[in-house]
Design a binder for this molecule. Structure first.
Ligand code: H79
Length: 444
């Protein structure tokens, strides 16, 4: 084509043609303006810093993780036998919430429905739910929601958009092909069903913290009607924070961004090397062993120090830390988790000032550690450093004092051109994080 032919009209026609042939992009809640209540909730969320993730479902009975239907694999007809074995006589929501609080956690995010499609709440839209199909017969989400309200902890709902049970989840995505469903289904009906269940969740359980979506990666090219779903949530509960673990940069209508088994921008999982870190509140979700749902043979536990250091690195990267437990089929939380959470709680009692209400600090995180900041206080978290001094990049203002958080003792420091040198006190035995408090000059 000659240059002369590129009149505005031709260009306009070409653009129009391109728009017609290019696939629809994932349209989300484009015109979304978060409500004041939502913006306030985002601040609360960022101040809260530490939450408990709970993966619990009929899959827990098999002790092989929440993906067991897919990995074993198990057909839909076989899997349908499983709810009959779900009878958690030791389920004590008060004990769960108390454990989260003892660990220093400020919110709980629980699976209301995982990829198996099984509702852990009393849904009127399907009997594939805990009340209708299990001998236990009680609304697990309802019991937990009541207890959270009683003990003053926020509850978020994990909700899988991917569904291995519904025949209407069609065309199928990357997973769920062993379920034995007919090769037909009504995608619009599935989305209506999903929105209907979300409406139940956002109507019947009081005020919630937000919705943690997962599984959209199963059908990344599908039209998920995100605009409709997100608007529904924000309309029913304007303060509810919407996030989706789609491994992409957040879409409009989302209020926070999560990273599964990764620090923000860490890219260690390989889910999506192009996912960028947004300006939204951030959250890192991590397991305590290598499993989300209860796994009988997974003994690969992080020790207490590793858990605390992961928490600190997340917070120093300006993210929350959402730490997972997979309760056992009888409703108890296994002692390995209880022990670790209790120890983390003790640490948080002593060092919580350097965590709660902070944001990622002024110094770039590194292998040595991270910084956090709240007002004029910068907390230096030294996680892995055995040298007598630590040299850091320059702080945004002059330093008035430097002290150890553990006992208030002075830390010698000197500023050099373009940087700061801290004299490192000896690490105490079993000290997982040497925390120093730098008081900056200027308004508090
Ligand atoms: O609920 C927990 C897990 O069950 C769920 N998210 C956490 C919070 C989870 N689902 N999948 N995964 C975690 C990892 C899945 C990776 C894969 Fe894939 C799905 C590999 C192939 C299909 C990522 C998405 C890479 C391609 C698509």
């Amino acid at each position: 084509m000659k240059m002369a032919a590129r009149t505005p009209l031709v260009i306009a026609a070409a653009l129009f043609a391109a728009a017609v042939v290019s696939p629809p992009r994932a349209v989300a809640q484009e015109k979304y303006a978060p409500s004041p209540a939502n913006l306030e909730a985002r601040q609360w969320f960022q101040d809260a810093k530490f939450g408990m993730f709970i993966h619990w479902g009929v899959y827990s009975v098999l002790g092989n993780g929440e993906w067991v239907m897919e990995t074993r694999p198990i057909s839909g007809a076989e899997y349908a036998k499983l709810p009959r074995f779900f009878n958690p006589i030791k389920f004590d929501p008060a004990a769960w919430v108390a454990l989260a609080k003892a660990a220093g956690m400020k919110y709980i995010t629980i699976t209301t429905k995982h990829h198996d499609g099984f509702a852990m709440f009393g849904s009127r839209l399907t009997d594939w739910n805990v009340v209708a199909r299990t001998p236990y017969g009680k609304d697990v989400i309802g019991l937990l929601a009541a207890e959270c309200r009683k003990q003053g902890i926020k509850l978020f709902f994990y909700h899988s958009q991917l569904d291995w049970h519904s025949p209407d989840y069609f065309p199928r995505g990357r997973t769920g092909r062993h379920a034995g469903r007919p090769e037909a289904g009504n995608w619009e009906a599935y989305l209506n069903f999903m929105d209907g269940q979300l409406r139940e969740l956002l109507t019947n359980y009081g005020e919630i913290g937000g919705v943690w979506f997962d599984g959209m990666w199963d059908k990344p090219e599908a039209d998920w009607h995100l605009a409709r779903t997100y608007a529904l949530i924000h309309q029913l509960q304007p303060q509810a924070l919407v996030g989706s673990n789609h491994h992409k940069t957040p879409f409009p209508g989302e209020d926070f961004q999560m990273f599964e088994k990764d620090l923000p921008g860490g890219h260690t999982t390989g889910f999506n090397p192009e996912q960028s870190v947004s300006a939204l509140p951030l959250e890192t979700a991590e397991t305590m062993n290598d499993s989300w749902g209860f796994n009988l043979t997974d003994e690969h536990y992080k020790n207490v120090g590793e858990v605390i250091r992961y928490l600190v690195r997340a917070v120093g990267s300006n993210a929350n830390f959402l730490l997972n437990i997979g309760p056992m089929p009888n409703g108890e939380i296994q002692p390995e988790f209880v022990q670790r959470l209790t120890e983390v709680g003790k640490w948080m009692k002593q060092y919580g000032d350097s965590i709660y209400g902070t944001r990622g600090g002024p110094v770039t995180p590194g292998p040595w550690g991270v910084t956090t900041q709240r007002g004029s206080k910068v907390y230096v978290h030294v996680l892995d450093w055995n040298q007598p001094v630590l040299a850091l990049e320059e702080l945004p203002g002059p330093i008035r004092s430097a002290r150890m958080l553990r006992d208030g003792s002075n830390v010698e420091f000197s500023t050099v051109k373009g940087g700061l040198v801290l004299k490192m006190p000896e690490a105490q035995p079993d000290e997982v994080d040497r925390v120093m408090v730098l008081e900056l000059e200027g308004p508090k």
